[in-house]
Design a protein around this ligand. Structure first.
Ligand code: ADP
Length: 806
């Protein structure tokens, strides 16, 4: 009987991290964040290899991890510490061995990143822990004093899964990268489908959960979708064929149907892709092909979002473990909109199981609600936008509530402008409103002549916009000119075309335009209509929101750019790239790219650049190259926002590094410039444009349809902006002394006053080991006073209640 082998003293905190169940993109980012954050906090980090199998086997399968062991992890797909299904862990005997191995290694905290199965296992392990310890003592496998320091097991869950099938979180780590793979594939099929006027039935993963299928359908504008939680009636063939025929009748040349691998009918009989192909072929005589995407969906590099989520959730998990007490329930780290939260692991596991049970019980309403707070809304909106009011007259509003809604794009193009317009138009047509496009921004209106109308205002039809679902840029045409260039003509056109509302999609200029119109309402009565801004700009600097359409696409593009140039250094070795990002006076893009690529340093306009900072960073780079002993062949990245300093330009920083490096390494400047706008919108930008545009139309309808001028004037939201704030999408007023113009806008620097993302710079510095601003005392590898820094990064949070879903 071996006692006390390797048992750590209780004062040493040892944290184990494992990846378990199906692999997903972003799991490596979790391991990197957990390992480095643990070390930063003065703990030791251990990787449990191959999931629960490693825990049951013990010995070499539980491996001490050092700072440099996780270099390069952020950008790699799959899981580098392995995952395996483990039968033994289903049995108490297996869990007993696992408990013993943990104690022998002195591990008192365990972070499990996996799907619902893995987290169910973790929850069970935690619940059983005291009895497992008792049994280990009773069977003399461990001595009583050996278990004393480990009486309480600290466990924290992270949801890593491509299916997004875990209740209590908006997104699981990996689901958006997987959706990106799907969208790439469907986009590719688009072209060939349209060329031959073919139909394609595309099967995506999700045995029990339709999230991937539904989001893929929204993001690619599919004609029909099959998901397990909302089976169609027994007449699905007729319903599908009717919709497809109507779309074709309106001029659509391609037909795309997305089907979850777990699709079924209301009697739980499986619906297969082959059956769908057969229905389309036989009933519509449509040349239809099947594509099964399979394991492609798990592959590839993690997207920006998954790197962001994995890193911040990994950091949060370490914090949760260190703050755990015997009385707090074990947490699982979740995300709601933009906010990382801790939820009750046991409760989320229970809800996830109930969602599965609801499907088996054919309780579709419950199944949809349990999936996630907004899943049902997404499904309903999707349905609404795939048919127009001619087909579903009951959706149509009475004529007195119909509005003429003008849509305009303003500022630089941002991915998401087109899909947002498409969603708004589809919604309007279903409800009976008239969507009007303003082409080429305000100059388009201002060029109007009564004698020779230039046609810059036109009614949009469904077929005009249907193909915009995956198009980057701006099909309406956009520019930076403002209403102030000709207010009188602008007002004249508002009147001429009888706008009942103006929907502005754009960045800081859209916000400024709405402000100018609002401020001139006294003078121009036609400006007294509701104005609503949907932020769309890569810079993400619009007051009232933490997210703007297009910023996710841009970050994905920047992350891809950095990965590529980093790899280019593998031949020359020891190279630093100084990458210049756009963003104007907002350091958001530079900072978030820095987080997602593991930058050595990030330079922003908010903090500026000075010589001392630069020299300290050069010392740090020198040290970093020395420590990695050539092991990591990839280059290193510094990010610099275009306006971070007038003196220290991107090229100059590269030059200074070259001089100071004295031949030991070299630096290059890299400027992706307009490439950053990206090509097609990312799935996140497509889905959020869909969701936010529809919310905007509903908001206009709920607040202003059929209302008198006095009622419109009296509503403080008659000039408003939709934004993501923390865990919610909210409408904020622009005017009055409490509105965004007065309270949240830095007009001179063209950005928000409170930039929510600023503390994230500390996380980047912690995880790259960069010395802090007070000089000396690096707080990465040599923990100085980490707790203080950490507190500023992630203020202590208790378990958040789950939203009331049932
Ligand atoms: P996922 O985590 O992706 O849902 P699985 O369901 O295959 O994947 O679970 C992964 C591993 O988690 C299993 O091989 C098993 O070791 C463990 N596990 C799953 N469910 C349980 C359970 N109910 N009790 C104990 N361990 C479990």
């Amino acid at each position: 009987m071996e006692f006390s082998v390797g048992t750590a003293s209780s004062s040493t905190r040892r944290i184990g991290v494992m990846t378990s169940g199906g692999d997903s993109q972003g799991m490596n980012g979790v391991v990197r964040a957990v390992v480095r954050m643990s070390i930063h906090m003065g703990c030791e980090a251990y990787a449990i290899l191959e999931g629960y199998d490693g825990l049951v086997r013990g010995g070499d399968a539980i491996k001490r991890m050092y700072w440099d062991d996780v270099r390069g992890y952020l950008s790699l797909g799959g899981t580098l510490i392995g995952t395996k299904r483990c039968r033994e862990f289903f049995e108490r005997a297996g869990r007993l061995r696992a408990a013993r191995n943990m104690i022998l290694k002195g591990i008192s905290g365990l972070i499990v990143c996996g799907g619902d199965g893995s987290l169910t296992g973790a929850d069970r392990f935690r619940a059983e822990w005291p009895s497992l310890l008792d049994e280990l003592v009773q069977t003399q496998q461990l001595a009583p004093d050996q278990i004393t320091p480990y009486r309480h097991l600290n466990i924290c869950g992270l949801v890593g899964s491509i299916d997004n099938d875990f209740s209590g979180t908006d997104a699981t780590i990996g689901c958006y990268s997987s959706l990106e793979r799907i969208c790439e594939m469907v986009d590719a099929v688009f072209d060939t489908a349209a060329s031959h006027m073919r139909g394609f039935v595309i099967e995506v993963m999700g045995r029990h959960c339709g999230w991937l299928a539904l989001m893929a359908a929204i993001a690619t504008g599919a004609d029909y979708v099959f998901i397990p939680e909302k089976p169609p009636g027994s007449d699905w063939e007729e319903e599908m064929c009717e919709i497809v025929t109507s779309h074709r009748g309106r001029g659509k040349r391609r037909t795309i149907v997305i089907i979850s691998e777990g699709a079924q009918d209301v009697e739980l009989n499986r619906i297969t892709a082959d059956q769908v192909v057969q229905a389309l072929t036989e009933k519509l005589d449509l040349d239809t092909r099947k594509t099964v995407l399979g394991h492609i969906q798990r592959g590839g590099m993690p997207s920006y979002y998954d790197r962001w989520l994995a890193t911040l959730q990994g950091v949060e998990a370490v914090k949760a473990l260190l703050e755990a007490t015997p009385d707090t329930p074990s947490p699982v780290v979740t995300v709601r909109e933009n906010k990382i939260l801790r939820s009750d692991l046991q409760e989320c596991v229970r809800l996830t199981k109930s969602a599965g049970a609801a499907v088996q019980d054919k309780d579709w309403t419950k199944a949809m609600k349990l999936r996630d707070v907004e899943f049902k809304d997404y499904f309903d909106s999707y349905k609404l936008t795939t048919s127009t009011s001619e087909e579903r007259p009951r959706l149509r509003l009475p004529p007195e509530k119909h509005m003429r809604i003008a849509i305009i794009h303003i500022g630089a193009p941002a991915a998401g402008m087109n899909p947002a317009t498409r969603a708004a138009v589809a919604y309007c047509l279903s409800r009976g409103h008239t969507p009007l496009a303003i082409y080429n921004g305000f100059p388009g209106l201002q060029r109007h002549h009564d004698d020779e109308p230039v046609g810059s205002v036109r009614e949009l039809k469904w077929i005009d916009v249907d193909g915009w679902v995956n198009q980057g840029g701006s099909e309406l045409g956009t520019n930076r000119s403002l209403p102030s260039e000709d207010l009188a003509k602008t007002a004249y056109c508002f009147d001429l075309y009888k706008f009942d509302a103006l929907f502005l999609i754009g960045g800081f200029e859209a916000f400024t335009s709405a402000s100018q119109i609002r401020n001139n309402r006294d003078k121009y009565p036609s400006f007294r209509i509701p104005l609503l801004v949907l932020p769309a700009t890569i810079s993400n600097n619009v007051p009232g929101t933490e997210y703007s359409l297009g910023s996710d696409t841009c970050l994905n593009t920047l992350v891809g750019f950095c990965d590529v140039i980093r790899q280019s250094a593998s031949a020359s070795r020891r190279r630093v790239f100084v990458v210049e990002t756009q963003g104007g006076k907002s350091g958001y893009l530079a900072t978030m790219t820095g987080l997602a690529v593991g930058a050595l340093a990030v330079y922003t306009p908010e903090d500026g650049i000075n010589m001392r900072m630069l020299l300290r960073d050069i010392d740090f780079i020198r040290e970093d190259f020395q420590d990695d002993k050539g092991a990591s062949r990839a280059g290193k990245i510094i990010l610099r926002n275009e306006r971070a300093s007038q003196t220290y330009t991107t090229q100059m920083i590269a030059d200074v590094i070259n001089v100071e490096a004295q031949g030991r390494f070299d630096a290059r400047a890299a400027v992706p410039a307009h490439y950053q706008q990206g090509m097609k919108p990312s799935p996140i930008d497509r889905i959020r444009s869909f969701k936010l545009a529809i919310k905007c139309m509903q908001f206009l309808e709920d607040n202003f349809a059929g209302k008198s001028q006095d009622e419109i004037n009296a509503n403080p939201l008659n000039a408003a902006i939709i934004g993501i704030q923390g865990s919610e999408a909210v409408f904020s007023p622009m005017g009055s002394d409490y509105g965004l113009e007065a309270t949240e806008t830095d007009w001179a620097l063209r950005r928000q006053i409170n930039e929510y993302w600023r503390p994230i710079k500390d996380v980047i510095d912690i995880l790259s080991g960069r010395p802090n601003d007070t000089g000396g005392n690096p707080y990465g590898k040599l923990p100085g006073s980490p707790a203080e820094v950490f507190r500023s990064v992630a203020p202590s949070r208790a378990i958040s209640p789950l939203p009331q879903i049932l």
